[in-house]
Each structure stands twice: as C-alpha cells, then as structure tokens.
Ligand binder design. Structure first.
Ligand code: FEO
Length: 394
C-alpha cells in the first residue's frame, strides 16, 4: 500500500502483518513494516531506504502504481538488510540510480550485499543533494544500533528520515503514529530491544535531529510522526537518568518452593509501596521484559538451583539484562535449592556490565521456613529504602 505523507513524498515500502519474529529473537506482536520513502523533486527522484528482500514485490508494485519510471538516487541510511537488502533489485530495475550513503555504510554493503564500489556516491555530514526545489542533507546518527546509521533530512519540508531511530515494529495501514494507538508502546519496545545499550549516543543523536526542527519524523519501521515532539520527548525520558518506582521479579519454579518465595516477596514489596510485578521467565515475552527494563529500578531474579546452577532461563534473563545495559539501581537473586551449587556466582558472572548494588541473596534449602520469609521481608525493606533514597518512592 502507498502511504502519502504529503504531495511528492510517499512511503512506498512494505507492510508485513504476518511476521512474528525479527533477527530470530525479537517477538513482533504487531508485525512490522519496512518503510521506503519516495521523494520527488522537480528534477530528480530519490528513494530513501528499501525493504526486506522477500517483500520487494510490494515496493515495486507501489512504484508502478505511482508511475515511477526513473529513480536517480537510492539513499541508504543503514546497511542492515531489512532496509538495504532490496537495493540490488532496485538497481536492476533502475540501472541509472546512484546509491547515496556514507563511507562506512558503503563498506558494509560491499560485504553484506556484494555491491560494487562504482554504484555509490559517498556523502558525509552536512553534504547536500538538490532534487529541484527539494534538498536532501545528511546527519550521521551512529550507533542506533549499528555504527554507520545516518538520518536524511529533507530540508524544505523539514522531514527527518531516521531509519531505525524512532521506529516501531507495527504493521498498520495508518500513515501517522497519531492515528495508531499501539505506536508508542511498540516504539518503547523497539528502543528497549536494540537501542538501550547505546543511550549516551542516542542523547546526542536526538539533539542532532532536533536541530532541524522536524515537522515530520519518518522512520523505516512503523508509522511516521506528524507531531515529532511526542516521540522525541518519550525518547528523552527513556534515555534520561531517571528510573521509576518499579521492581520486577523474574522467576521460574520447578516444584513450587521458589514460587512461594516470589509470592511472599511481591506481597512484601507491595505492602511497602514499591511498584512490583512478577513475570514467569519460561512463558514471558522477553520483549515485555525489555520494556520493563527501560525504567526499572529493581530487578530480582528468582530461580531454583538445577545442575548445580541457576535454571537456564535465569541465565538467559541475566545475560539479556546485562547486554541491554538498563538503568537498574538494585539487582537481587532469590530461590530454593536442594543440596547446593553456584547459582549466585553464575548469575553475577553474567551481569558484569550492571555495576549497581547487588542485594544480599536469599537462597533457601527446600521449602521456605519462617526465618526465610523474614529474610525476604528484610530484602523488601532494603528495596524500599533504596527507592526512597533515589526519590522514586516518596
Ligand atoms: Fe531495521 Fe537495524 O534494521
């Protein structure tokens, strides 16, 4: 389907309502889209990004419907194949087109897509391309989540084509986010899953895009934003230093002992005014966990000991939290064991990036006894005290 942003500016990409998994790890509860933007000047036509190669038919169908018989420039903001993968097909169809990108992105595309150097026009920060009454300029917005990513600005119309930046995995017929309720929660999920580790860089990239006072932000996944301040402010909150009065207890339990501890701790925290929820690690969508991690203050991993260590799902949770580098202020481990093991050591070893207070673990032999419940109450006391100290709990 063709989505018109304004006269001469169209999203001619592909909407994938069916896709359920990205990168073989990221669940897509709302599907996704690969946005490719056609920008028509008086003299030249540019296509900004392309689509996942198996959706190229939809891109060409949209171009045919618009009667496009010439593309002068294919601007490539990012080399990952969901945006660059159809560039070779576009060049087959429009052999005169130049691929416009930065030097690093060109190098990636030479490796990933075997594209020859002679098809590229290499640009850098601030360079301009005149389409006739419309001018493209380029801003290097690196590390959102690859090192070569850039944003293309259409100066006269003040449209920022940001690729993954400000994107969301949402399949919708709507052009703009303001018409699509799911956009902001999915944008937060998208930020959490791929951008959160690069918060410091994202702060600078937001400033770089903001300096153009965009009237429209047009990412390459999900709807565009006709009121950019909303998504910019949301990003500022996510990358900012603050956390919320929230604790997450990620748990699994083999025979119910760890589960009893989880139930008690959740109740203890709630009674102390700490916002808390538990999630079963075995059945949870880890995208939801990633969303929680964006502004979470406290993470507790609750696991039984098996094979002399934590349940493998607990290791996965620790590894994921470590890789995403959230703003956590407290981390803890609780659980039940039968005869010993290295549960805490193994989980700690998987969370080396999380340099924050590690709560005294509460590990219990078998079913928890009264004294164990008292240890959980003490743990809840410490969580409350930390939340108060941080000012997230008044
Ligand atoms: Fe949507 Fe980093 O690719």
């Amino acid at each position: 389907m063709i989505k018109k942003l304004k006269e001469g500016i169209y999203n001619v990409g592909a909407v994938d309502f069916e896709r359920t998994l990205f990168d073989e790890i990221v669940p897509l509860p709302q599907g996704t889209s690969y946005n490719a933007y056609l920008v028509m000047g008086k003299d030249k036509t540019a296509l900004i990004d392309t689509v996942e190669p198996d959706m190229a038919g939809e891109l060409f169908k949209n171009l045919d419907e618009l009667g496009v018989d010439r593309i002068d420039y294919v601007v490539s903001n990012h080399a990952e194949q969901d945006h660059s993968g159809s560039i070779p097909l576009v060049l087959e169809r429009f052999p005169g087109a130049r691929v416009v990108t930065n030097k690093k992105c060109m190098a990636f595309e030479q490796d990933l897509l075997h594209m020859p150097e002679e098809v590229f026009t290499v640009i850098d920060e601030g360079d301009e391309i005149d389409l006739g009454g419309r001018t493209l300029t380029f801003v290097m917005t690196k590390w959102v989540h690859w090192p070569e990513t850039m944003t293309t600005i259409l100066k006269e119309d003040r449209v920022a084509f940001t690729c993954d930046f400000f994107g969301s995995h949402v399949a919708t017929s709507h052009v703009f986010a303001e018409q699509c309720d799911r956009t902001f929660i999915e944008a937060k999920r998208y930020y959490a899953e791929i951008m959160m580790p690069f918060r410091a860089t994202i702060v600078k990239n937001i400033e770089k895009v903001e300096q153009f006072a965009p009237a429209i932000i047009a990412p390459s996944h999900g709807p565009a934003f006709s009121e950019p301040s909303a998504i910019i402010n949301a990003y500022k909150e996510w990358v900012g230093p603050g956390t919320k009065n929230e604790a997450l207890v990620l748990y699994t339990s083999m025979h119910g002992s760890t589960r009893k501890m989880v139930d008690a701790l959740v109740n203890d925290l709630a009674q102390r005014g700490v916002g808390v929820r538990s999630r079963d690690m075995v059945t949870s969508d880890f995208g939801e966990v990633a969303i929680d991690l964006v502004d979470l203050t406290t993470l507790i991993i609750a696991t039984p000991t098996m094979l002399a260590g934590p349940h493998p799902k607990a290791v996965y949770a620790a590894y994921l939290a470590n890789a995403l580098r959230p703003k956590l202020q407290l981390v803890g481990v609780i659980g039940s064991f039968g005869w010993g093991g290295k549960t805490v050591d193994i989980l700690k070893a998987n969370m080396g990036n999380i340099r924050t207070e590690f709560l005294d673990p509460v590990l219990v032999k078998g079913l928890p006894r009264d004294e164990d419940y008292q240890r959980l109450e003490a743990l809840a006391d410490r969580v409350r005290a930390k939340h108060v100290e941080l000012g997230v709990l008044k």
